[in-house]
Design a protein around this ligand. Structure first.
Ligand SMILES: [Zn+2]
Length: 245
């Protein structure tokens, strides 16, 4: 049985460090923004976690119980290494020192090499605040002489995924070919039935049609069937040009 860790960062215990942790304001943002890349990297042997900051509820057709069950289903579809919920309040996400400390504590306990945050331009206040919180928490997680749990730790990079409530023609820093995991991505999004199926228009383009069209658009930019865009503020470092196409 898949478990969503909800007991706070102090109780995480000894886990092998993650390759990367995706931090999402609401359960379903990580799947929409980068479900294909998550699935692909897990297939390639990486250890990948998602930390949802809030329950994402209330919503018109969801409830805490329904959304939790849907999150478990999506977690199983992606075959995630770890998933947790930070228990911050949906719709009321604020950049408090307490919230910053909580997220930094997750970084110290999970020790992800990279952290993925929502893209910094968005209309949803929770998303904008989440990104600020994650950037500040990344810095705080390396502090010494603090009462935060775990050892001081600094994730090497913060990257940005796109799950935005703005119609932007974004210019990504790079695009991952997700042709082989697009089906898995769509299935993980479909798991959130209360968000994307119940009460939604059934005439095309449905919400899922639009996500597929976006995937095809970014795939087209790299001459592949499907792609997922990412951004970075710092230059991307490569050990080899071999994987660039
Ligand atoms: Zn969201």
């Amino acid at each position: 049985m898949t478990e969503i860790h909800t007991d706070g960062p102090e109780s995480i215990g000894d886990v092998q460090p993650l390759d990367f942790l995706v931090v999402a304001p609401h359960p379903d943002d990580a799947e929409i923004g980068m479900g294909g890349t998550i699935a692909k990297m897990i297939r390639q042997g990486m250890r990948v976690g998602i930390l949802d900051l809030t329950s994402g509820e209330p919503t018109p057709h969801g409830s805490e119980t329904i959304r939790r069950a849907e999150t478990i289903r999506a977690t199983e579809i992606l075959n995630l290494t770890w998933r947790g919920n930070a228990g911050l309040v949906n719709r009321e996400l604020q950049h408090t020192l307490e919230a910053r400390k909580r997220i930094a504590s997750y970084f110290r306990m999970l020790r992800p090499r990279w952290v993925f945050a929502p893209y910094f331009h968005d209309a949803h206040p929770d998303h904008v605040v989440a990104t600020e919180l994650i950037e500040a928490a990344r810095f705080w997680s390396k502090l010494s002489k603090t009462d935060m749990p775990g050892e001081r730790f600094h994730p090497e990079r913060t990257f940005y995924f796109f799950c935005i409530h703005l119609r932007l023609a974004v210019q990504p820093s790079w695009i991952v070919d997700i042709s082989e995991t697009m089906d898995q991505k769509l299935e993980s999004i479909r798991a959130y039935e209360s968000q994307f199926v119940v009460g939604r228009p059934t005439e095309p383009p449905t919400m899922l049609d639009r996500i597929e069209t976006d995937g095809a658009y970014f795939g087209n930019l790299i001459a592949r069937r499907y792609g997922e865009p990412f951004a970075t503020k710092e230059p991307l470092a490569l050990t080899s040009l071999r994987d660039v196409f």
